[in-house]
Design a protein around this ligand. Sequence first.
Ligand code: GNR
Ligand code: NI
Length: 189
Amino acid sequence: MGGFVDRRAAFSYLTAMAIRDILILPDPALRKVAKPLADIDDGVRALMDDMLETMYAAPGIGLAAPQIGIDKRLIVLDVSKTEEEDEKEPMVFVNPDIVWTSDETALYEEGCLSIPDYYEEVERPAACRVRYLDRGGDEREIDCESLLATCIQHEIDHLNGVLFIDHLSKLKRDRITKKFTKARKRAAA
Ligand code: GNR
Ligand code: NI
């Protein structure tokens, strides 16, 4: 690899979208604090497209860049849950920041593509406001409630190395972490 230009990165504007591999607990990349994006160029827009394609293929309703091993503050979402191509509502958020959360909380049964086949109820603020950069690099704010509020908080947690199991009891978190650590060792053996 050393000395060679990454052809995919160099010519990303010419290449088709790609489904990326999703990292699974206890991958250490899921526990890092991701770095802000300095600017949004064609490479970043190609990455956004790959993340959306990866999310739809999984299928999931959200994906954060660290889940595909990219150490950047970038998330994609689509909470529309439709199979119809023309009804999809893909959303991308660069450097998202939660600037307000409601005192009222909501319980939602969460799952995570990085913790397959495990679901538990998590309590979070029922509503939030998020400041972010859009695909064109313009600063925006969005008010979120219900599933969008839950999902965007779940994704922003990923940017901070936080997983939904961190909101559960230590007993549950340790149990699921051990289970996935054993499975990973078995797969590597
Ligand atoms: O696909 C997903 N579903 C979901 C359900 C409830 C709360 C959060 C989520 S996000 C998850 C995809 C994922 O792991 N994103 O990081
Ligand atoms: Ni997740």
